[in-house]
Design a protein around this ligand. Structure first.
Ligand SMILES: [Cu+2]
Length: 127
């Protein structure tokens, strides 16, 4: 259960990092349903990506930020994607780095670290 508790702490930290308004579960804030593309925050840790799964709308962007306590270099690299999606990925970095990608095609994606292939993140893009 220690692991679950630390995950909750990470999610709380991610919430603090979110820059583009309520992230999905929040109540509506008066702005009508303008379906504005959002940026969703994610983090790169030695232990993997957080959150482990992300669901976004088409044309949404995910911005991964490297945890500056990291000792190791990591990448954000496309592992699998819907047919027709070109490969994308970040540089190998350890600290002071972020990488963003806009998802324009609906479907399921897997992101991984080329240096630690066991570190994966599942992303679902919906209409
Ligand atoms: Cu890595």
């Amino acid at each position: 259960m220690v692991k679950a508790a630390s995950s909750i702490a990470l999610f709380a930290a991610l919430g603090a990092l979110a820059v583009a308004g309520p992230a999905g579960a929040g109540p509506a804030t008066g702005h009508a349903a303008a379906a504005k593309p959002k940026t969703t925050a994610a983090m790169v840790y030695d232990q993997g990506f957080t959150p482990p799964t992300i669901k976004i709308k088409r044309n949404g962007t995910i911005k991964w930020t490297w945890d500056n306590a990291n000792a190791d270099f990591h990448t954000v690299t496309l592992n699998s994607a819907p047919r027709g999606v070109g490969i994308f990925g970040s540089s190998r970095r350890a600290v002071n780095y972020s990488f963003s990608h806009k998802f324009t095609k609906v479907g399921k994606y897997v992101i991984f670290c080329t240096l630690h292939p066991g570190n994966q993140q599942k992303i679902t893009v919906t209409k």
